[in-house]
Design a protein around this ligand. Sequence first.
Ligand SMILES: Nc1ncnc2c1ncn2[C@@H]1O[C@H](COP(=O)(O)OP(=O)(O)O)[C@@H](O)[C@H]1O
Ligand SMILES: [Mg+2]
Length: 337
Amino acid sequence: MKLGLFFGGKSFEHEVSCASAKSIYEEIDRSKYEVTLVWIDPNGVWFHLIGTPNFDAPELGEREVYESRKLDVAFSILHGPFGEDGPMQGYFSLFNIPFVGPDLRTSAICYDKALTRKLAGLKAPKWLLYSGQSYDALAEKLGEVIYVKPNRSGSSVGISRVKSARQLQEALDLAGRYDDSIIIEQEIRGKEIEIAVLGNKNPKVSLPARVIPKGAFHSYETKYLDPNGVVFQIPAELSQNKIAEIQELAIEAYRNLGCEGFSRIDFLLDGEERVFLNEVNTLPGFRKTSTYPRLWALSGISYSNLIEELIDLALERQARRESLALGELQRVAQAAR
Ligand SMILES: Nc1ncnc2c1ncn2[C@@H]1O[C@H](COP(=O)(O)OP(=O)(O)O)[C@@H](O)[C@H]1O
Ligand SMILES: [Mg+2]
């Protein structure tokens, strides 16, 4: 089977994507899948890597300009904008290539924090889209400590925790560099929980993980720069009831948002362990040591089996889509012309 592995990309998560691709390439069963490596450089130019790939510096390896070729399935692991938010999913759909993960619609929705919260149907921190309010007005509505985020972003880029009018101005300037819409929300202090969901129509859910960052929140620094910035408690130490509740909520959000293939659902628990939805990641970090694969390893699904399961889910969805009457409608339209 010819598999296209797409990675890199124009986003600030370029390196993270290369690291995910490296793990996939190293662990995928090469007797089953013939892998074409497609590296998208930071300027958005597509290359086909030939020879031994260098995932730390793909620009140093042998490559040729990529021309679309026949693929049986695509695995795009482009985290962040220009990849996770819909365009790659649209590209594969246009060319009828089955692909891993949620479709264009769900990818775009989940990359938009406000839309996710509206459509997931779960309790979330109180939030609003910024429209010129003063710090005092925001604090009255959301509490004295608020989070200011680009509405569409990832890896904590552009996010600030704000406690004063002066910090608010700085935070707005920062977030405004990444998106022209800014979401502001209530802080939920307690536990940060991540959980993995896998499947199409009948998804299964893992045990939850707990993320314990060193500073006040899980920032870009604690995610990538400080090797001791965060502790992952896998699985999270929670009561059986709480675990069951979180698992049920994760499945509910997954279904309501139309997720397919995989997604990682992130929650915040307050002091009384009430559960709030934070966000949904439709292309979760996918190094072998990332939370998503580690959670499945707990349930006995190895990293290479996980890759295979994702590919099978992509093929299953494609077959289902092709069995719909869409082709028939096209023929009707043509006949009517
Ligand atoms: N409402 C909130 N209350 C408490 N902590 C939050 C809240 N929103 C975000 N955080 C903290 O900020 C981090 C990044 O925010 P998140 O919404 O997950 O953005 P990203 O898409 O960049 O990962 C979270 O992992 C968490 O540590
Ligand atoms: Mg997050």
